[in-house]
Design a binder for this molecule. Structure first.
Ligand code: NAD
Length: 151
């Protein structure tokens, strides 16, 4: 595949940062938009997070890896189209991979509202942006999210 600009929404997470490194190693240009607020650096102070020191070290290592690979990440909330539209426009990606979500089943079961906002609202804004252009769009969501909607 020719070199592509690939936008990873939620790309500072577990799957996203590994994928970004993989894509960069293969000559692509990954760019990341992530709020760092869900299961990430800014939410690590939540009372529910056990072993915060270890987890913070893991999260910081991820961000350092991205920095070392010269992969830009933009700290933005992807559920606010007005906030991220300009960023998406300026990044002008060829491909979008949507990974933003509340990815832990126990957390989403406890807080379906936050899960909806960060999983489906972010997906909605990604789709709104993708609609304007011809994109290859990949979406990565767990099926249990659907279960939350129907209960
Ligand atoms: N990890 C797995 O084993 C696995 C398996 C199957 C599917 N998935 C799905 O793949 C996706 C990614 O999983 P993961 O393990 O990397 O999760 P993760 O929690 O590590 O990463 C999700 C990222 O999304 C970001 N995010 C959430 N809301 C956001 C918002 N409003 N704006 C910007 N960024 C936001 C978070 O800050 C976080 O960095 C999820 O949809 C998950 O359900 C994961």
């Amino acid at each position: 595949m020719n070199k592509k600009k690939i936008l990873l929404v939620g790309g500072c997470g577990f799957i996203g940062h590994n994928l970004a490194l993989y894509l960069k190693e293969r000559g692509h240009e990954p760019k990341i938009v992530d709020s760092l607020k869900i299961n990430n650096l800014y939410s690590n102070k939540d009372d529910e997070v056990t072993n915060q020191i270890l987890y913070e070290a893991i999260l910081r290592k991820r961000l350092n890896l991205l920095k070392n690979y010269q992969i830009d990440y933009f700290i933005k909330d992807a559920k606010e189209l007005s906030e991220i539209n300009e960023t998406y426009e300026s990044l002008d990606p060829d491909i979008i991979i949507h990974l933003a979500a509340v990815s832990h089943a126990n957390k989403s079961n406890k807080d379906p509202h936050t899960t909806f906002e960060n999983s489906f609202r972010t997906l909605e804004t990604t789709l709104e942006f993708a609609k304007k252009k011809k994109f290859m769009l990949y979406i990565c969501l767990l099926v249990w999210c659907m279960e939350i909607l129907v209960v």
